[in-house]
Design a binder for this molecule. Structure first.
Ligand SMILES: [Mn+2]
Length: 330
């Protein structure tokens, strides 16, 4: 970067982006996040990204009504395998793959698929208020969506660790957490024992975004590629109310949107999850529009209020006349 102006250049990095729906929501007892991908499509997801010059592909949603007679862990393994193989194929072809959840148990499959496609030396940035680093031994609730990070690191139930391929998917030194604030003591012990890099909300309160950006820089130098798993509960309720765990005290709009832009300029980014969006809890489509904007930023471009405004002006052929008024150029 010559100076910070370069930060504002629009330059879609992945030319071809595949969107995959993963309406998994049996990880928790309450349902509601399964409709997220459909909801985003109905509100113009593909039109927006085509207009931004990105070649998009709708891969549809994976089948989740399978293995219903199985226990939760076995069923998760079954669905996780199927999601992983979809992501694996996209990433192998060099496509950028966006998986729309579903709850965070989506990551068992999506991250496994990407990691196997890239020979298991991939980095993972986990943006979340929670560490999701429980195992069936430490979990207080038994919720699978609180376990994917542990399993990807090689801890927990064998069936979950070995989704798609046997073995560790993410090495502890290749994991980076951003936005943690609601943690179980067992998770703190676990993360500390593995020496995993964490940037908590307390760090951000203390130092601002500097540790986030500098950690991402050194992270990028270390890993061969990396994947982002974004749980929208990392974002403050004011900006992303459509989430069962929405709280105040998360990342604010400026922090989250610039974090997405920053990562969207990192060439090693290969794929992304957006999870835990519950459309029925949204207020005036606030969360929906924020997610469109964040997606655009993660893809190296922009779809913020300013771009929409400029676009609208262009479409309506408005020009400023000599009196300084906006008129139609007809
Ligand atoms: Mn999560």
């Amino acid at each position: 970067m010559k100076n910070s102006l370069d930060f504002y250049r629009k330059n879609p990095t992945p030319q071809k982006v595949s969107f995959l729906g993963a309406p998994i929501d049996f990880g928790k007892k309450i349902v509601g996040t399964a409709s997220a991908f459909q909801h985003m499509k109905e509100h113009g997801l593909f039109e927006i990204f085509q207009d931004l010059g990105i070649e998009t592909q709708d891969m549809g949603s994976i089948e989740v009504n399978i293995g219903e007679t199985l226990g939760n862990v076995d069923r998760m393994a079954l669905i996780g395998n199927s999601l992983a193989s979809q992501v694996y194929q996209r990433v192998r072809k060099g496509e950028f793959c966006v998986t729309i959840g579903g709850d965070h148990s989506v990551a068992f499959g999506s991250v496994s698929g990407a990691s196997v496609a890239l020979s298991g030396d991939m980095g993972l940035v986990w943006i979340d208020a929670h560490a999701d680093a429980n195992t069936h031994h430490t979990s207080l609730t038994g919720n699978l969506h609180g376990m994917p990070a542990a399993a990807l690191l090689g801890y927990g139930h064998e069936r979950l660790i070995n989704i798609f391929r046997g073995g560790v998917k993410i090495k502890p030194e290749n994991m980076l957490y951003i936005g943690l604030k609601d943690l179980d003591t067992s998770e703190i012990d676990f993360l500390q024992s593995l020496g995993i890099k964490t940037i908590t909300m307390f760090d951000i309160l203390t130092y601002g975004m500097e540790p986030v950006f500098s950690s991402l820089q050194s992270f990028q130098e270390r890993v061969t590629s990396f994947y982002v798993s974004l749980d929208i509960d990392a974002i403050d309720k004011t900006y992303a109310p459509a989430n069962f765990m929405a709280t105040h005290g998360g990342l604010d709009y400026v922090q989250m949107s610039n974090l997405a832009s920053f990562m969207g300029k990192m060439e090693k980014l290969v794929g992304l999850d957006i999870v835990e969006f519950v459309p029925s809890l949204d207020i005036d489509n606030k969360t929906l529009h924020l997610l469109f904007e964040l997606l655009a930023r993660f893809l190296g471009t922009n779809y913020s209020w300013y771009e929409r405004y400029m676009q609208k002006e262009k479409i309506e052929n408005l020009v400023i006349n000599s009196d300084g008024q906006k008129v139609h150029d007809r």
